[in-house]
Each structure stands twice: as structure tokens, then as C-alpha cells.
Design a binder for this molecule. Structure first.
Ligand SMILES: *Cc1c(COP(=O)(O)O)cnc(C)c1O
Length: 359
């Protein structure tokens, strides 16, 4: 077997042997009691985690499935896509490919999405939906979700669609309190599961909107998710193994305690930040808008990022990310998502020190 190279890229992240073991359960039919019991067992944990009384749905797809699904289910008039990095920029393209009227609120990569800018655009009355990425993984920017969600009160007919794929479970996100319409996430980021499962919840208003929209398709039809969810089932055959893994991870989260989990991520993120400062690097994201899930380091020292990652891999059997798309070599990213501990992030930092010294 080849050496295990540990992943400190911002997704997929490391999956623990215990999680893999939990996934190795015999298969079962997805229309029988066994599956319904599994679904019903995890549902209350998911609702607590999402801070919602609504159902939490399981989609056998990566997050993009539900991102596209949200557009297809909720946009009638025109969608405002808030764009500040690779994932959020792509959402504009996806909206157009779904045949919807779409407009970008574009900011420079590395900058946050600001509520006053959204407000200005929604005030035109042109839009009936807005997409927004809580934690832009490509740039390490955390935008102010609470302040943006507060606009929902002013624009109740606009669907607020939020991707917290890489933010969710590293910090609290309370769906009902925020009052937004869709919150979606994926398995291979902070949940520390293999890829292939997306999770989402939707408001009553979102379900009511979906019911009025034609051409929702089938696979990501919110109404299908709701009807099946009421029977503790999914519209099509789900990734049962991943759902066993999800149950394991949810139990671990509640055993740790959600507050402790959020504090752990803040602390581990702080350890990486300290390394950045100590070594004369800068952050790509401005102060006050920095992700708690990962650190996007600006390569102001102009090190050879590819060589740096090569050393980490060769000598320490771990990898970090060398910059997303146009940021390749200009930044590098270190994830602290998932099951990481003071000890494992401590080891990453020692490896970073060692590799930087050898460049
Ligand atoms: C990873 C990620 C996605 C895309 O997830 P897929 O699993 O590739 O569909 C979307 N948004 C954000 C913010 C992400 O980090």
C-alpha cells in the first residue's frame, strides 16, 4: 500500500479510520424500515445542528447538486449572485446555464460580500433570489452571514440561498434564527466524511415558491425531498454508506459538544494564524473577514509554493493547497476542518516550519 498522505487541503479533508469503519455496514434496501430508522435517528441531530424545525434533507450528490437545485427550484424572475471567489463566481455561470436571468454583484477575490451592497441591488425590485457563499473556500473569506440574513426582513419575497459548504459546523449557523431560505453544505469539508453527500434545509417560503415553479426537474426537486423526507426516505437511492458515516460523525459532534467543537476550530485556526504572522506572511483576507475553517496565506514572501508543498509531502506525508485557480502560487491554503486536534495541527505547523527552512 502507498503511504497515506494526510490532507490539509480545504476539501476533501482527512477521514478517520473510525469513520471509515462506521461506513462499513451491510447494505440494506432504502425503502425499508432499516433505512427509515437510520434516517429518523439522525434527523433530530441534524435539526439541532442546523438550528431548525424544518426537515434536513440528504442529497446524494456533491454540494453543487443542491446549489444548482436551489436555482432551479426557487428562481422565477432573476437571481442576484454574490461573487467573491471561485465557488461564488461559478454560481452565476450555473444560474445562466439553468436558463435563469442572473446578475453578478462582483467583488474582487479576497474581499467580503457586504450587506449594504446586496441591499442596494435588491432595492431595485428586479430580483426574487440571492445566492451567497458564507465561507468562500478559494480565498478564505468569511462574509457576514448574520448581517446579510437580516436583509430578509426587508425583502421577504426574495429567496436567500446560502452555501456554507466549508463554514458549516466550524462555527454556529442557526437557520431558523437567521430566517434565510436555503442552507446547504457538503460531506467532504468540515463533516470530515468522504465526498458524495450534500445536506440542506429549506424554509416554508422556499417550499411554497418551489411549488409554483415549473421545470424543477426531478433529482433535486425540493418538493420530492419534502414528500420523501416525511416518510424518512430520500427521492432516489441514497449513498447509504455515507449516511452511516454521517451518523457516526454526528454522534461524535454531540459527544464533543457543539460549543466545544466551534471553540476547537477557532483555536486550531488561531494556531495556523500565529504561524503565518510569525513567519512574515500576510493573510489574503482582510482582518475581520477571515475564515475559521482554513487559512488562505498570501505569498508575499514569494516562496516557491510548489516546492514547499513537495517538501511537505515528501518529508511529512501531508499536503496543503497551492492556491485555487488564478491564485495558484500567489496564495496557499491550510485547512483546519473536520477532526483535527491541537496535536495534529501542531504537527502540521512543525512540518511547515521544517519545510520552509529547507526551501
Ligand atoms: C467545496 C465547495 C463547494 C463545492 O462542493 P462540491 O462538493 O465540489 O460540489 C461549493 N461551495 C463551497 C464554498 C465549497 O467550499
Amino acid at each position: 500500500m502507498s503511504t497515506h498522505v494526510k490532507l490539509y487541503i480545504p476539501g476533501p479533508v482527512e477521514v478517520s479510520p473510525a469513520t471509515f469503519a462506521a461506513m462499513s455496514q451491510p447494505m440494506m434496501g432504502h425503502r425499508g424500515k432499516g433505512f427509515q430508522d437510520l434516517y429518523a435517528e439522525i434527523q433530530p441531530m441534524l435539526q439541532t445542528l442546523f438550528g431548525t424545525k424544518q426537515q434536513v434533507f440528504l442529497s446524494t450528490s456533491s454540494a453543487w447538486g443542491v446549489m444548482e437545485g436551489s436555482i432551479r427550484n426557487l428562481v422565477k424572475k432573476k437571481v442576484l449572485n454574490c461573487c467573491n471567489g471561485a465557488f461564488s463566481d461559478k454560481w452565476l455561470d450555473v444560474s445562466k446555464r439553468c436558463g435563469k436571468q442572473a446578475e453578478a454583484y462582483q467583488v474582487e477575490w479576497g474581499q467580503p460580500i457586504l450587506p449594504e451592497e446586496i441591499d442596494k441591488r435588491l432595492a431595485t425590485g428586479e430580483f426574487d433570489a440571492v445566492t451567497f457563499i458564507h465561507n468562500e473556500t478559494s480565498t478564505g473569506v468569511l462574509s457576514p452571514l448574520t448581517e446579510i440574513a437580516a436583509l430578509k426582513k426587508k425583502y421577504p419575497d426574495v429567496m436567500f440561498i446560502t452555501d456554507s459548504v466549508s463554514g458549516f459546523t466550524t462555527l454556529p449557523v442557526n437557520f431558523d434564527e437567521l430566517g434565510i431560505d436555503v442552507l446547504l453544505t457538503g460531506s467532504q469539508k468540515a463533516f470530515a466524511l468522504p465526498p458524495g453527500l450534500a445536506l440542506f434545509t429549506a424554509s416554508e417560503a422556499a417550499m411554497a415558491r418551489a411549488a409554483t415553479i415549473e421545470d424543477r426537474g426531478y433529482y433535486f426537486d425540493f418538493i420530492e425531498f419534502k414528500a420523501n423526507g416525511e416518510k424518512s426516505m430520500t427521492p432516489s437511492t441514497p449513498c447509504i454508506s455515507l449516511i452511516y458515516g454521517l451518523r457516526h460523525q454526528l454522534k461524535a459532534m454531540f459527544a464533543e459538544g457543539l460549543e466545544n467543537r466551534y471553540a476547537r476550530h477557532a483555536r486550531l485556526n488561531g494556531m495556523v494564524h500565529e504561524w503565518v504572522r510569525k513567519n512574515g506572511f500576510e493573510f489574503f483576507a482582510p482582518e475581520g473577514y477571515r475564515s475559521k475553517s482554513l487559512t488562505c496565506v498570501a505569498n508575499n514572501r514569494e516562496i516557491d509554493v510548489a516546492a514547499f508543498i513537495g517538501l511537505l509531502k515528501k518529508n511529512h506525508s501531508l499536503i496543503i493547497d497551492g492556491g485555487y485557480g488564478k491564485l495558484k502560487g500567489k496564495t496557499f491554503r491550510i485547512s483546519n476542518m473536520g477532526d483535527e486536534t491541537d496535536e495534529t495541527i501542531g504537527a502540521v505547523i512543525a512540518a511547515l516550519d521544517d519545510s520552509l527552512a529547507k526551501l
